[in-house]
Ligand binder design. Structure first.
Ligand code: TNX
Length: 768
């Protein structure tokens, strides 16, 4: 831009602004051409469609409501004598079932498609050129021609309403959000161990009993102790069939198909609480309160029992009567089959049907369900565990434990929906994770989602057609409220929408970032919660020639990074980051991204460095460090980079064992200070060691022990504690240091891992 201006000034030519209006449509259209001029929608603009095309009434209503929401206008329909927005189903050249053409010129707007769905998508694109909320702005739409259609036909979002319940209104909000970004499948996870959420007329107890559980306010999922006999249930809810019908109609108007999931044979403890005779050993049980299951709790239906099949078929019949979708999801994941091993009825079934084992018993159940669903003219979808023990003949597989289940199924010529935990689980962290609300774990950033390619390399061109698309999954163990739900979905769903809609070759992270700003603005105006986490600064240390440097980067392609080295919260008055920073003394770096004068991200990134006499020294361990927590390499204890509040960063983890580390300083040095930093984080099973012993040596053979160091932090302390075990002594000559951190052994009484091995997390071993 500057160059052009300079050129014009030098040539003495008038300065013309050729800047084109920016169109921010997400997902990016297949083809978008901006033309000169624009069209203004005013209160008289008429929404026109051929009267014979009755199907367009819904779309016209949808457009009218969309314009009303941002302007207050009540646009007339089919009124002559004024400029118009024409909707038309006549165009046969539009691509596919969901494609559309949107033409805007100063004379008017035309949206053409082969189907009502395409018209809806044309409208969604049009709405994304307008303000997001009611303003007094002139509704000026840039002249353009958009030709658009999706890459995949399954563009899904899932929502678990069992672990936490969300009202019918929230479901509609979720559907609206999906529809804005042209997602078209809503996978509704309606039941699980912690609550049954769908009214079934034939089995009223599913909701009078199964929809309600004892709440443990303020307790994290894994810490919620099971319900005691007689305790009153006080959390829950369900959808009546009438509400469901209303939601289905609402979704249909937005081209969203709802796929209901009725989990079986596992994850069914809520149904069993309502009807204990459905399990292998019927005895009363209460709906599960969270991540802890009381002893003897039954989560599985008994496939040895014929009346279980009667029940499941009756339920599926009502579900199929209610939901018009071709697909019905029957779950099938994570079945602990040990109860079946002990159950005489299950064992008799295995014998009688000539099954090999309990895996085949699960397949037997799934196949029977598939047969029944086919009779109802429906198709079965299940999680990838339905592959174990043999796949039902026409089943569609949802691949969640990575992509291998999906690959296997596609090679067997079965349809597949990709939803691998990484990056399709939107219950995982997306930023920090420091500063983010507590999540189940994992780390799926916006960029990671944007980079996702649903067709695995392992599939050839014949096989890849079995990949119908992909889906973002939102499990809600850690997501109790709507604001949090919005935050987990926004903006990752927008990235997935672009992955699933836009042509593979047109991916454009930079452009996506730019377009995203319009949508962030809209979320702000609508009061929607979202994560600005891709602006969080990543502080990345690296050492070169024994010198420590740090690079500051962000996923977001916009904004400038500012940082401090004096402990203060950074802002635009501080250092602007230009190149990697040399670290030559102990310091804490804090950094933020600033865009248009606003500090972005969720929390300033922060990293401490500590310079000491063991930097770069080799560390050897008597008990190996866990392969899951290797930090940034074998010498993490002596790299000068301190562990942070995030478990994954710079800590070495030891499971069920003491930490015994020997550091070789390479030469004899004068020292008078030793410390070992450790982390306690109750909910992650990390506990401070009960004590730390330092021993020093000159020759690596004869060691002298310093006094044992203990601490005062309770094992029941639930807030995160970073504690340094410090020894100070008169100057000694030392080359070798041995640190022994004694594990507490097992997780304490009352902890969700009571009696099971605790972890030690350590960093840094400071020598001075
Ligand atoms: C695994 S994904 C599950 C769910 C949990 C989820 C948490 C799947 C088929 N089963 O029951 O909610 O992990 O991320």
């Amino acid at each position: 831009m500057l160059h052009r201006k300079l050129l014009f000034l030098l040539l003495g030519l008038p300065l013309l602004d050729f800047a084109q209006p920016v169109i921010n449509i997400i997902p990016k259209p297949v083809s978008l051409q901006v033309n000169p001029g624009d069209f203004t929608i005013d209160a008289q603009t008429s929404i026109n469609y051929p009267v014979v095309q009755k199907k367009l009434q819904g779309a016209a209503r949808f457009l009218k409501a969309g314009i009303h929401a941002v302007s207050g206008y009540e646009l007339p329909s089919n009124k002559s004598g004024h400029k118009s927005i024409e909707l038309s189903l006549d165009n046969k050249s539009v691509h596919g079932d969901e494609g559309y053409i949107l033409q805007v010129s100063p004379a008017g707007i035309v949206i053409q498609a082969g189907t009502e769905a395409g018209i809806i998508y044309g409208i969604q694109s049009l709405l994304q050129t307008l303000p997001s909320v009611r303003t007094n702005a002139v509704l000026k739409v840039p002249a353009m021609e958009v030709i658009d259609y999706p890459r995949f036909k399954w563009r899904g979002m899932h929502l678990d309403v069992s672990r936490h319940f969300f009202s019918a209104d929230v479901i509609k909000e979720y559907i609206d959000l999906m529809a804005s970004y042209k997602m078209n499948v809503f996978h509704w996870h309606l039941c699980d161990d912690q609550g049954w959420r769908l009214e079934i007329k034939k089995y009223p107890k599913l909701t009078t009993v199964g929809a309600w559980r004892v709440e443990r306010p303020g307790k994290n999922w894994g810490d919620r102790e099971p319900a005691k006999a007689g305790e009153a249930a006080n959390y829950g809810g369900y959808y009546t069939q009438e509400q469901v019908r209303d939601i289905i109609a609402y979704a249909r108007e937005r081209n969203i198909t709802i796929i209901p999931e009725i989990e079986m044979p596992g994850h069914s403890a809520a149904a069993i609480a309502a009807y204990p005779q459905l399990s292998c050993s019927p005895h009363p049980q209460m709906v599960v309160t969270g991540g802890q299951y009381p002893k003897g709790n039954q989560s599985n239906y008994c496939p040895g029992n014929d009346s279980v099949f009667v029940f499941l078929q009756n339920v599926l019949k009502e579900v199929a009567d209610l939901f018009p979708s071709k697909y019905i999801h029957i779950g099938g994941d994570e079945v602990d089959k040990s109860d079946w091993k002990k159950c005489p009825k299950c064992q008799a079934r295995i014998k009688q049907e000539g099954l090999k084992d309990e895996n085949e018993l699960q397949s037997y159940l799934i196949r029977r369900m598939e047969k029944y669903l086919l009779k109802l003219n429906r198709k079965l979808v299940g999680w990838d565990e339905i592959l174990e023990g043999g796949l039902a003949p026409e089943a569609t597989v949802m691949s969640w434990r990575g992509e291998s289940g999906g690959i296997e199924a596609a090679k067997m010529k079965h349809d597949v929906i990709m939803t691998p935990g990484s990056p399709c689980y939107f219950d995982h962290y997306q930023a920090g994770p420091e500063g983010e609300p507590l999540a189940i774990g994992g780390f799926n950033t916006l960029h990671k989602v944007y980079d996702y390619e649903p067709i695995p390399k392992e599939l050839n061109s014949d096989e890849e057609k079995y990949v119908l698309g992909a889906q973002g999954n939102v499990w809600t163990e850690f997501i109790p409220v709507t604001e949090h739900l919005e935050y987990m979905v926004l903006p990752r769903m927008l990235a997935l929408a672009e992955v699933l809609w836009s042509p593979k070759g047109s991916k454009d992270w930079e452009g996506f970032n730019q377009r995203l700003q319009y949508h962030f603005n809209g979320f702000d105006q609508k009061g929607l919660h979202y994560c600005k986490g891709n602006f969080t600064v990543n502080i990345k240390p690296s050492s070169k020639d024994g010198k420590l440097k740090v690079a500051l980067t962000t996923e977001a392609t916009q904004g400038d990074i500012y940082y401090t080295m004096n402990g203060k919260t950074p802002n635009t008055g501080d250092h602007k980051y230009r190149e990697p920073i040399d670290i030559d003394s102990s310091v804490t770096i804090k950094a933020v991204t600033v865009l248009n004068g606003n500090v972005m991200g969720i929390k300033p990134a922060e990293q401490s460095f500590v310079m000491h006499k063991a930097i770069g020294s080799n560390v050897t361990y008597d008990n190996p460090v866990s392969k899951y927590y290797t930090a940034d390499g074998p010498n993490s204890l002596t790299d000068g980079v301190r562990g942070t509040e995030a478990v994954g960063k710079y800590w070495h983890g030891f499971h069920a064992k003491d930490l015994v580390a020997t550091v070789d300083l390479g030469m004899v040095k004068d020292i008078q200070y030793l410390s070992l930093g450790c982390l306690q984080r109750y909910r992650d099973w990390l506990f401070l060691p009960q004590s730390v012993l330092f021993e020093t040596s000159v020759d690596g053979v004869h060691y002298t022990a310093l006094p044992i160091i203990t601490h005062q932090v309770s094992v029941n302390e639930k807030t995160t504690v970073m504690h340094d075990f410090v020894a100070q002594f008169s100057m000694q000559k030392v080359r070798y240091i041995r640190a022994t951190a004694k594990s507490i052994g097992a997780c304490p009484k009352g902890h969700s891992g009571e009696g099971q091995p605790a972890w030690i997390f350590a960093d840094e071993l400071i020598v001075n």
